[in-house]
Design a protein around this ligand. Structure first.
Ligand SMILES: [Zn+2]
Length: 262
């Protein structure tokens, strides 16, 4: 499931490929079962409009302009925004498309459930209405450590609680806990302030690296968890000697090393 780094890479793609072009039409694609899409009247508002800005908050991408309206996209399980130029073929499973003047198109491909496209007036209002926490790359140390340090839930569950910290999912919570040396099931309230600080620093470093490589995981350091994340793989941490394993934590599958994560 796309997390903060994928969403930031997608935002960058929109910024590079879709700004300052006149919209001819925004429309629904074919076979649009299982997806939440705006109606025709809402989409008609974008005709003749130009997008001038992008934003991202957690796993939500926004494309719009100062005075609005905006389109917000959630990638769901495996959605992806793909700009292309006609007559290039549109991706399969395109649920939504924007036709720009000239050849440029933007397709939202979403083969599985949970993705959505919505029209919103103002991203800040939307973020507040959906009670999203601060973005994981924008949250300040005090807010982060107060939340995690006061949480009786498993740290993995706390890190992925979008209402408190927006943008971290299953994969990146595993990476952050692997690098901090913490068992994913440990309670945040058990951590001392040094460990909480280290968790915060690791989160920032990890997500920043994910953003730097534009979510291309082949470019992550080889001693990170993500490139090695499978059962019985040797723990990639230098000198550890453990083997990776998994277990369910808060309903999600956590991969970790039982030797150096405690
Ligand atoms: Zn290890």
């Amino acid at each position: 499931m796309p997390e903060l780094p994928e969403n930031e890479a997608q935002r960058l793609t929109l910024e590079r490929e879709c700004l300052n072009r006149t919209v001819v039409k925004a429309e629904r694609g074919d076979n649009i079962a299982h997806i939440d899409l705006p109606g025709g009247n809402q989409l008609a508002r974008f005709e003749g409009h130009r997008f001038t800005e992008t934003r991202r908050h957690g796993k939500n991408i926004f494309l719009g302009s100062k005075s609005g309206p905006w389109i917000t996209v959630h990638l769901g399980m495996s959605g992806w925004l793909t700009p292309y130029d006609a007559p290039e073929r549109e991706p399969d499973h395109t649920k939504f498309r924007i036709v720009f003047e000239g050849d440029r198109r933007l397709a939202f491909r979403c083969p599985r459930k949970l993705g959505h496209v919505r029209v919103v007036e103002d991203p800040d209002e939307y973020i507040a209405a959906h009670k999203l926490g601060p973005d994981a790359l924008a949250i300040d140390r005090e807010t982060f450590t107060a939340f995690i340090g006061g949480s009786k839930a498993a740290i993995k569950s706390a890190l992925t609680d979008q209402n408190r910290i927006a943008g971290i999912g299953n994969l990146w919570s595993d990476e952050i806990l692997f690098q901090t040396g913490l068992d994913p099931a440990r309670k945040g309230s058990d951590l001392d302030s040094e460990k909480l600080d280290s968790l915060f620093d690791t989160m920032r470093l990890n997500l920043s690296k994910g953003v730097d490589v534009e979510a291309d995981y082949a470019r992550l350091p080889k001693d990170w968890l993500i490139p090695n994340r499978k059962d019985k793989a040797d723990c990639p941490r230098k000198g550890c000697g453990g083997s990776l394993t998994h277990r369910k934590v808060g309903g999600r599958t956590a991969y970790f090393c039982p030797v150096h994560q405690s």
